[in-house]
Design a protein around this ligand. Structure first.
Ligand SMILES: Cc1cc2nc3c(=O)[nH]c(=O)nc-3n(C[C@H](O)[C@H](O)[C@H](O)COP(=O)(O)O)c2cc1C
Length: 440
């Protein structure tokens, strides 16, 4: 396997040569016009194929309403011109927060979310002149085994995991969450979706990625004696029932999910994983799930992979790891190749379903060329960036205006934002926005 290397390409030719040398299937297009083609989702038109991915900021007010830095972040992103803004992980219950200052949508914080939607829309329209503005999706979450209270782990466990329990120092006698409690959490998702509609979001995402509650439920083969554990029918019950309830209660709302299609946790504790080799994906169950979600009326899917605290390089290839973590023994381009392959297979399995792709920030100023080539190849419909949206929030507008990105403004995948999130925020770019965000 080709070991880790930092991004240090002096030219496009050197970049393409490395892809060739590694034998990877990362496409590249000089012509990026396709990124500015409109796309319709559930009757709404997006003005381009670029998205800002959810980036948890840990900058809420004490009651969960957006704080000053939350408003600043979304204003800058809205002014930046992406067609889709996918708002960060927002807890549906207080006990489901992963950080004290994570956004939490409740009746008490609703007014703050209404203001956030209003201000985001007006910043977008003021800056881009677009009447409709970007599509605004709110990610709803319960942090499951990563839930914390006052900075102390307070895990809501759906199954024991020989990989994640020791990593999180979860004792072997910790109780699993009861089915009745999961039923109540499901109702909290449905109520929060109603509040999101009142706040003015176009859609909600039932977050099913990165090892948080709903994604871990999809992997809960070993959960004993439970309607939410064991066979796929039970493991998918939570997300499917929640989706059906939201669909019935809010027929106008766009309903979507950010799904970790493959978490790379060894079978039987992982999802989308080959039963003999956790380094390989097996997309049969993710495909069945996506099919079922589309039948419920899900018009958009966002694909991610991995669990950040277990295998961060799977979901967000980087130059530098967070302090204290070691470098993976894998070239970041191999991580990108994996993300593109998995997303591409799912998009090709569902050609009529717009799929949002992930994992482009490491590519720096080459990301638009790869993004355009991926869409042209039918391996994605919308391309989202996470860390780039903090470093370079106006990337979409600059790309539209000048046809390229400024290498001096791009994200350098230093994991500074991840480090800030680990220390419970607030989260932003310590390189390109350093007057606001610093480590320590
Ligand atoms: C600091 C930080 C916060 C994140 N917060 C979220 C989140 O709230 N929800 C989510 O689905 N993914 C979250 N992610 C993952 C990103 O959305 C994205 O998938 C990842 O960074 C890879 O995309 P990129 O290479 O463009 O950064 C976060 C990542 C980072 C580094």
């Amino acid at each position: 396997m080709a070991g880790h290397e930092r991004f240090r390409f002096k030219s496009q030719a050197a970049f393409l040569e490395k892809i060739h040398e590694l034998g990877l299937d990362i496409p590249f297009s000089q012509d990026i016009d396709i990124l500015f083609e409109k796309i319709r989702i559930a009757g709404k038109t997006l003005s381009n194929r670029l998205a800002a991915h959810p980036m948890e900021g840990s900058d809420a007010e004490a009651g969960g309403a957006p704080g000053e830095l939350t408003f600043r972040k979304y204003r800058r992103i809205a002014e930046g011109g992406s067609g889709l803004i996918w708002f960060e992980a927002t807890a549906v219950t207080e006990a489901g927060k992963s950080k004290d200052r994570q956004l939490w949508l409740s009746k008490s914080s609703l007014d703050g979310f209404k203001r956030l939607v209003e201000k985001t829309r007006s910043a977008a329209c003021g800056s881009t002149g677009s009447k409709s503005g970007p599509l605004l999706i709110l990610q709803l979450t319960h942090s499951g085994r990563f839930s914390k209270r006052s900075g102390i782990l307070a895990p809501v466990l759906v199954q024991r995991s020989p990989i994640l329990d020791p990593m999180q120092k979860i004792s072997s006698d910790s109780q699993l969450v009861r089915d009745e409690d999961l039923d109540a959490i499901q109702e909290a998702f449905v109520s929060a979706a109603g509040l999101a509609a009142e706040a003015g979001f176009d859609g909600v995402d039932i977050k099913a990625c990165h090892g948080y509650l709903v994604s871990e439920l999809l992997a809960a083969r070993t959960r004993p004696d439970s309607k939410y554990g064991g066979p796929f029918e039970n493991r998918s019950r939570f997300i499917l029932e929640t989706s059906r309830k939201i669909r019935a209660a809010l027929p106008e709302m766009i309903l979507t999910s950010r799904l970790s299609a493959y978490d790379a946790v060894p079978f039987p504790h992982g999802f989308g994983v080959d039963r003999n080799d956790c380094q390989k994906e097996d997309l049969d169950e993710p495909k069945t799930l996506i099919q079922q979600l589309t039948e419920i009326g899900v018009p958009l899917i966002n694909i991610s992979i991995g669990i950040p605290s277990h295998n961060a390089h799977f979901g967000r290839p980087f130059d530098k790891p967070v302090p204290g973590a070691s470098l993976p023994d894998e070239h970041p381009l191999m991580g990108i190749d994996r993300l593109l392959r998995i997303t591409g297979r799912l998009q090709q399995g569902f050609p009529a379903l717009p799929v949002v792709g992930t994992g482009y920030s490491w590519l720096r100023h080459f990301f638009p060329n790869v993004a355009a080539a991926v869409i042209k190849a039918g391996k994605g419909s919308i391309i989202g960036v996470g860390r780039e949206s903090l470093a370079y929030p106006d990337f979409a507008r600059e790309l539209a205006e000048s046809g390229g990105l400024d290498p001096k403004k791009v994200c350098i995948t230093c994991s500074g934002c991840s480090g800030l999130l680990r220390s419970a925020g607030p989260v932003g770019c310590i390189v390109r926005d350093k007057s606001i965000y610093r480590i320590g």
